[in-house]
Design a protein around this ligand. Structure first.
Ligand SMILES: [Cu+2]
Length: 113
């Protein structure tokens, strides 16, 4: 009996943990480009934006999303905790001139319920 039930119990427990887990998105920042360049978060759900494998130096900030000025630089992963509270489409632009196409460097954040 026990060996039959165990996978079901584990699957249920995992599903419960997964439901409460924050959204997590890994993003790379290189001169002129965030990858992915567009992400979707969920209103009221804590999310982690994990910037890794950064090349060049960049800075982002968003009053609307509650993201303080944050420098992204090589050799250091940066995790930003954010809990969006309003639906919408937000554009985070790189605020440090990082290359010839710096003006195009943007991360679009869709927030949905
Ligand atoms: Cu940049």
């Amino acid at each position: 009996m026990f060996p039959v039930l165990l996978p079901i119990v584990l699957a249920t427990a995992y599903a419960m943990v997964a439901d409460n887990a924050p959204d997590a998105v890994t993003i790379t920042a290189v001169p002129s480009t965030f990858t992915p360049s567009s992400i979707t978060l969920h209103r009221g759900v804590p999310a982690k934006l994990i910037f890794s494998h950064t090349e060049g130096v960049h800075e982002i900030e968003s009053d609307e999303l509650g993201i303080p000025k944050t420098i992204l630089a090589p050799g250091k992963d940066v995790t930003i905790d954010v809990t969006p509270d309003k639906d919408g489409v937000y554009t985070l632009r790189c605020e440090i001139v990082c290359g010839p196409d710096h003006d195009k460097m943007a991360l679009t954040v869709h927030v949905e319920g």
